[in-house]
Design a protein around this ligand. Sequence first.
Ligand code: ADE
Length: 249
Amino acid sequence: MSAVWSATVLTLFPDMFPGPLAFSLSGRGLAQGLWRLEAVDIRAYATDRHQSVDDTPFGGGAGMVLRPDVVAAAVDDARSRGAAGPLVYLTPRGLPLTQREVEAFAAGPGLLLLCGRYEGVDQRVIERRGFLERSIGDFVLSGGEIAAMAVIDACVRLLPGIVGDRRSLEEESFASGLLEYPHYTRPQVWEGVSVPEVLLSGDHQAIRRWRRQQALATTRARRPDLLKEVFRETTTGPPRAGAMSGAQP
Ligand code: ADE
């Protein structure tokens, strides 16, 4: 087993990786060996002389479907070379990925991610190999690669040594189950608009209270579904750190 968290990506476009993951926090961590990335070309597992990885859908319809035998060969080979962690197939049909699940993924040994192209992947290999099907939002990308990068980025920034000041992880959106409060910096007055007075007061308790109110109000306006979740937890179990302090339904 690899000592560091590792992402193995099965894709028809391995050259897309590391792409944006080579920059910023994830890029520095990758260069420092704090996590590992391997992009595997699914086409290398084709067995016919045309190197075909996909075929027309049974039942008819548009587009092409990735073959189960080719995908399975790529998965099994990655496993035999030590790729550990859950298998995740990125698809708009999947359950929505949550920060909770990202935290669980980051706490494990890594991920094996499958990027679909064309119409999709034969459902039998999804089920036989036990893939989790996950979506990164209610919109359709032209393939799973950008979604895989998003998932990897979300995990990697939670690994030890990637984000310098871990307080920023605790305060950000979703960490408490709420959307984050708004931020302000210099200049104090810009285009005639001043920053909120309370932030200049030096009263840390008042600032904390104001930020919590802002987080609640924004969540109520934009994502009432999240608010329901936060309050549900207070009756069914312990709240997440900071989620409920001062907030009454
Ligand atoms: N592939 C295409 N669209 C996607 C989405 N919204 N989430 C995850 N994978 C995808």
